[in-house]
Design a protein around this ligand. Structure first.
Ligand code: FES
Length: 297
């Protein structure tokens, strides 16, 4: 007899995941995606905009943090409608706050979206479309609740729009969660790399070129060894932004520029000097012993 798993996802949720999978394979979305990319790439990929919107200055991706403000305010407005219907002005102010917060939230999300491809890009596009629809519904709700729409009978429309808006926002938020937790968009791609707690032999000293670099594998890690001015340094080779190999990047002035999306990291301590990365590269101690290079976290 088959074992019944009490905590397995319900058929409904499995169906939702199957639909998201279908969205990810809808290559008809690519044409629209390409047009939006062309429109946004120029303004959002200026260095200042990229660093600001990616969260490089914040040390964390900015989009998830701002999302809390926008969705929190909009959802709270609907709760006020349901639980405290005699305070429509509070609900209206919360919607106003959510709409204002939605602007930088959308900008950070679009900035992150520019750096994803394939399935994640298509799901991201539908996520953005859902959020746009939700914001339109909340804008309608906000206007209905305004001074010009105080006549009897109009307020109900504002509440209904907000209720529909929160339903669309929830569905769209589910897609956002899928992007982060299933597609790995916005996560630090070095997060699951193991620590090297003991000194670990990774290469012969002579294998690391003078004024050059070498990528080596050690205990499930890809490490970038770099020698300059006779000094050896080691950081993780996998870019924290989206996992490209830094060993294939450009090396100059003690920094490496990622070939993926142009993040710049210090080879001294792995710090991010330019985005879109927001997390530093893991950095390792290095020592030479009997002609061998050893590293540890
Ligand atoms: S993978 Fe995107 S900047 Fe490195």
């Amino acid at each position: 007899m088959a074992t019944k798993a009490p905590f397995a996802p319900s058929p409904l949720l499995r169906g939702v995941e199957a639909q998201i999978d279908k969205i990810g394979r809808l290559d008809r979305l690519d044409q629209a995606g390409e047009k939006i990319d062309q429109l946004l790439r120029q303004p959002l990929r200026q260095p200042a905009a990229r660093n600001a919107l990616s969260g490089t200055w914040f040390g964390h991706r900015l989009h998830p943090a701002l999302t809390q403000v926008a969705t929190g305010a909009l959802t709270s407005a609907v709760l006020v409608d349901l639980l405290a219907p005699r305070h429509p002005q509070i609900a209206r102010r919360l919607i106003g706050l959510g709409l204002v917060a939605a602007l930088p939230t959308a900008a950070t999300g679009l900035s992150d979206w520019l750096d994803v491809y394939g399935k994640a890009r298509r799901v991201g596009l539908v996520h953005a479309a859902g959020n746009t629809l939700a914001l339109m519904l909340f804008t309608r709700s906000f206007l209905h609740r305004g001074q010009l729409h105080k006549k009897r009978g109009k307020r109900g429309g504002g509440r209904l729009s907000a209720l529909l808006g929160v339903a669309v926002l929830t569905a769209s938020g589910y897609l956002g969660g899928h992007l982060a937790y299933a597609e790995g968009v916005g996560v630090d791609h070095t997060a699951f790399e193991p620590d090297l707690e003991e000194w670990t032999d990774v290469a012969a000293e002579e294998a690391v070129p003078d004024e050059g670099h070498l990528v080596v594998a050690a205990n499930g890690l890809e490490l970038l060894l770099y020698r300059e001015g006779g000094r050896l340094r080691a950081i993780s080779d996998r870019c924290s932004h989206a996992g490209w190999s830094l060993g294939k990047g450009k090396f100059e002035n003690g920094c490496v520029t990622c070939p993926g999306h142009g993040s710049v990291f210090s080879l001294e301590d792995g710090q991010v000097l330019a985005g879109p990365a927001a997390s530093p590269q893991p950095c390792f101690e290095v020592r030479l012993r009997e002609g061998r290079v050893e590293v540890r976290s």
